[in-house]
Every structure is written in C-alpha cells, then in structure tokens.
Design a protein around this ligand. Structure first.
Ligand code: DX5
Ligand code: ZN
Length: 218
C-alpha cells in the first residue's frame, strides 16, 4: 500500500496543533519533517524543537528528512522523538555506511536521499542496509517547486537495483507532487509520496481525499 507523507513545511505554524489534528482526522499515518540548515540547502526551516512539540501532541510517526551537513552530529537528538525513518543526504554524509548503521542502532529506520543530479549508483554498496531511498524530484530547500520529470526514470532504476540486490528498502519521492503527476510516480514504483503545497493549498481534507482516490485506484 502506497503511503502519503504530508510535508509539515506547508502547514500553518501559527496553528500547527490544529493542522495536526486535522491530518489525523483525515487518516494521515506519517508526517514528513523537513529539517534544513541554511548551508546544505539555502533555506533554514526548523529543527528538533518542532519534532519535540509534534511528538508531545501526536502518536503519528515522523518521516524525518535531514537537509543538513554533518547529519551524524544529530542522530541521538532525533532518536528521542517518534521518528520512524531518519533520512540523510548522500551528498551530505562523509561516511554513509557508518551513518546508516548508527541510525539503525538507535532504533530508527535508515533512509538516504539523492539530489536530482545524483546517480543511484552511489548507493550500490549500501542498498541492502537501507530501509528507504528518497528520490528528490526538486532541488531541496523549498516547497512549491516544479517536479523534475527525469526522476521518474530514477525511481525505476532504484526499484530495479532493490530487486537485484534483494534489498528491503522502499522508495520515496519528494518535491512537486500533485494530482497531475501522482499516478505517474506511483506507476514508476514509488512506495511513499511526500507532498506539501499541493495538499495544503486550499482544503487539505479535499486534497487528501483526492490523493487517496488515486492511491486506491492504482
Ligand atoms: C523540499 C522538501 C519537500 C517539500 C515538498 O526541499 O524536501 O519535502 O516540503 O514540498 P512540495 O510538495 O510543495 O514540493
Ligand atoms: Zn522533504
């Protein structure tokens, strides 16, 4: 079953608790948390304080996407909260194999994200260790950007690699996903789909139910 992971980056931080309750009522079962450091990516978003706050009011697990340099410095911090997946960028990790092992040692599932220009080949020697591969379909840093369609082929390549190496990893896609391309990313093989601006623009309830209609129809 394909999972939809709404990105809280597009929620209203003036009433985050209300948005969280609304998502729970809609049946959302994972929250995508975008942590940005203003150095690996141009933007600064939020950090552990917000995960702590979310954790204190919701049992929904978090799908945490670290867009930060030297992510290993923060693994213990994020492990304190209800983080199901902790995803780091291939481009930001100096010792990827060690970082993946450490995330799992701390009791979280380990994910690695690839920027649009990064090849799946960079994951060949760790693919069996991974629980998730995150394909970035925009250059990370901001919500509301245009989907880069070359990443559909990358999803297929990674699915193929997962099969060849008998890995249990799932594939997640993040950036520019809306009703216009949701079916295409599912058909390419995405198991988990992040969406921010398309879900939160207008009525979240209506948008989420349209998303679920497409998911259920595939
Ligand atoms: C971008 C973030 C995304 C972002 C997606 O750097 O990783 O998770 O919130 O937002 P949309 O769906 O608006 O592209
Ligand atoms: Zn993200």
């Amino acid at each position: 079953m394909v999972r939809i992971s709404p990105s809280l980056l597009s929620a209203n931080f003036l009433h985050l608790e209300k948005d969280i309750q609304m998502m729970e009522e809609c049946g959302v079962n994972i929250f995508h948390m975008d942590v940005m450091d203003g150095s690996f990516v141009p933007n600064i978003s939020y950090g552990p304080m917000i995960l702590k706050a979310v954790d204190s009011i919701s049992k929904v697990p978090m799908d945490t996407h670290l867009m930060i340099r030297e992510p290993n410095r923060y693994f213990e911090v994020f492990a304190q909260y209800n983080v199901e997946y902790l995803t780091i960028h291939q481009e930001a990790s100096l010792h990827l194999e060690r970082d993946i092992a450490r995330i799992k040692e701390l009791g979280m599932k380990a994910g690695v994200a690839l920027n649009p220009a990064t090849s799946p080949e960079t994951l060949r020697y760790v693919i069996r260790d991974l629980d998730l591969v995150l394909v970035m379909s925009v250059n990370p840093g901001f919500g509301g950007q245009k989907f880069i369609s070359s990443q559909l082929e990358k999803i297929k390549e990674i699915k193929d690699m997962i099969r060849r190496y008998h890995s249990n990893a799932i594939v997640e896609i993040d950036g520019g996903i809306g009703l216009n391309n949701l079916a295409a990313v599912i058909d390419a093989g995405a198991d988990m789909i992040v969406s921010g601006s398309s879900l939160f623009k207008g009525s979240f309830r209506d948008n989420y139910s349209k998303f679920m209609d497409i998911v259920n129809g595939r």
